[in-house]
Design a protein around this ligand. Sequence first.
Ligand SMILES: [Cu+2]
Length: 137
Amino acid sequence: MVVAMAAGMLVLHPAWTLAIAGTAPTSVLRSVEVDTIVMATAMSVPMVAWMRYRGHGWAPAWEMSLAMYAGFIVLYPLHWAGVVNDAAVMSYGHVLMLGFMLLAMLLRRHEYTTAHHDHHRTSLEKIRDPASTRLSS
Ligand SMILES: [Cu+2]
């Protein structure tokens, strides 16, 4: 999951930087708010795709995306108050993001501790063949 996030960060975010290259330095598109929202989106899109591919439902995928945005958004008030600068919002936001992701995982411990293969199996299959639940990965 983190690999998918990093891939989005390394590919999609630079694409955005390139896209706004022609805008004025004072453009709202260059504000740290827009920049971090784009960053969170760039990291969420491949992450959601990866989670869906691994059999997670939409709800945990949205929660995980929310965690990406939340890390940055909670810093905006501090930024507006002049406590933290643009770079700090971007870097601390990534750290907080991981914290929120951990929280999202703890709230759905079962979802994330069960073998991935298990999401694809029906309850009936698990009842018929409970041993393989632990052995599959
Ligand atoms: Cu990032």
